[in-house]
Design a protein around this ligand. Structure first.
Ligand code: GLA
Length: 381
């Protein structure tokens, strides 16, 4: 991909670019907890976004997307990021860096990547992080990785309209090969945990659906959690978010919250607990426990947090029946995208054939299988 970016840049802009890469991410467990300052357990993957960049001495910036085979020009002092356009993330990140006091001068960009679209592997965070890194390399800005992740999060919130948490850009910035990170979304500190899963592999099963209510439902779920916090603070004045509550508080919380809110709060509290249990189980190589925690996470996202969908639930049910699968759950924001599964490598092909046949028969859709390897975070290449 690097040579493709460089060649396209030379052809299109007649200059030599600096190239950076930022990966997409998976999340082993800890879903819909980041925006409650909770715990998540993501990892960067080998697939991601590459950006080639060079200064251009022109009056505009020019960006060329390999995927869309399209050029987009914009001016740094009058940008108008439009929701839904690929260049939104570019202008969003430029706006945030300028607001933070980093002076930009006009540049050219070529962007390409190999993250499957709509799979929920955070291609948008990878794009924002790679652009932020490209700009900081080009102009020698001393931007720390953590701040790069925070700018990328803010850009997505402001310009893409999703009130997202820190997990995706953080994972894209801090990934380590072969490791997942146990991230505390309050302190923004993490611990790298080796993912040794013996003769199993991480397999994503892309449902090939992405329901349109995803971003509005995401914002609603976040708002529901915030509403619960306000109510619970009357009895627990010391709490700032749901992360400050424990599984042992659930019986009391059930009495305090309206019926519609309690299951959502319960999900966040139990999911944070599952994150710690999963990290401990991985460290002690208790793989059976890792598997059952993944299944429990799916159930909680389906029944309590209500962010799954028929297609993901069907795939999850199939994995429960399959001996080759250690555990599986829906991954990311929900309402489509991927099921993350841990599958015995030797039996993987038979399992894929079976699940594909069953899924095609029920939904007339062919799932996509994506094997993932855990890779390093954003870097110049
Ligand atoms: C999306 C958001 C993340 C996180 C997940 C759910 O990927 O971007 O911040 O909230 O959903 O865990």
């Amino acid at each position: 991909m690097k040579s493709q970016i460089t060649q396209t840049f030379q052809r299109h802009f007649e200059a030599e670019p600096l190239v950076v890469f930022a990966p997409g991410r998976i999340n082993l467990i800890g879903e819909h907890t980041d925006y409650q300052e909770g715990f998540v357990f993501p990892a960067a993957i080998a697939q991601g976004i590459w950006v080639g960049i060079a200064k251009n001495n022109l009056a505009v910036c020019r960006a060329y997307s390999l995927d869309f085979e399209q050029e987009f020009c914009f001016e740094l002092n009058s940008m108008s990021p439009k929701k839904g356009h690929w260049a939104t993330y570019i202008m969003g990140m430029c706006t945030l860096l300028q607001q933070a006091g980093y002076p930009l001068v006009n540049f050219d960009l070529v962007i390409g990547g190999d993250i499957p679209v709509g799979a929920g592997l955070s291609s948008s965070a990878a794009l924002s992080v790679s652009l932020g890194l490209a700009l900081s390399e080009l102009f020698s800005f001393p931007i720390q990785k953590k701040n790069l992740a925070l700018y990328a999060q803010k850009s997505e919130q402001l310009f893409a309209g999703v009130n997202c948490g820190i997990m995706d850009p953080y994972a894209s910035s801090f990934g380590k090969q072969g490791k997942a990170m146990l991230l505390d979304c309050r302190s923004l500190d993490h611990q790298d945990v080796p993912v040794n899963i013996e003769d199993y592999g991480l397999l994503l099963i892309h449902s090939k659906v992405s329901h349109s209510l995803a971003s509005s439902a995401y914002n609603q779920r976040r708002a529901a959690c915030e509403e619960s916090v306000v109510i619970l603070q009357q009895s627990y004045p010391e709490i700032r978010t749901l992360r400050d509550l424990a599984v042992s508080d659930l019986p009391t919380i059930k009495r305090l919250l309206p019926e519609a809110l309690f299951p959502k709060a319960k999900h966040v509290i139990t999911e944070c607990d599952r994150v710690h249990q999963t990290a401990a189980a991985l460290s002690s190589e208790n793989l059976a426990l890792v598997g059952s925690l993944l299944h429990a996470s799916h159930q909680s996202l389906r029944d309590d947090f209500e962010v799954s969908c028929a297609e993901l639930d069907f795939l999850a049910k199939q994995t429960e029946k399959a001996k080759a699968v250690l555990g599986a759950r829906m991954m990311g924001g929900g309402f489509g995208g991927c099921l993350l599964s841990i599958v015995k490598q030797q039996e993987s092909q038979v399992f894929k054939d079976q699940i594909q046949a069953a899924y095609e028969k029920t939904f007339q859709l062919t799932p996509e299988f994506i094997e993932v390897a855990l890779g390093d975070g954003a870097r110049k290449i």
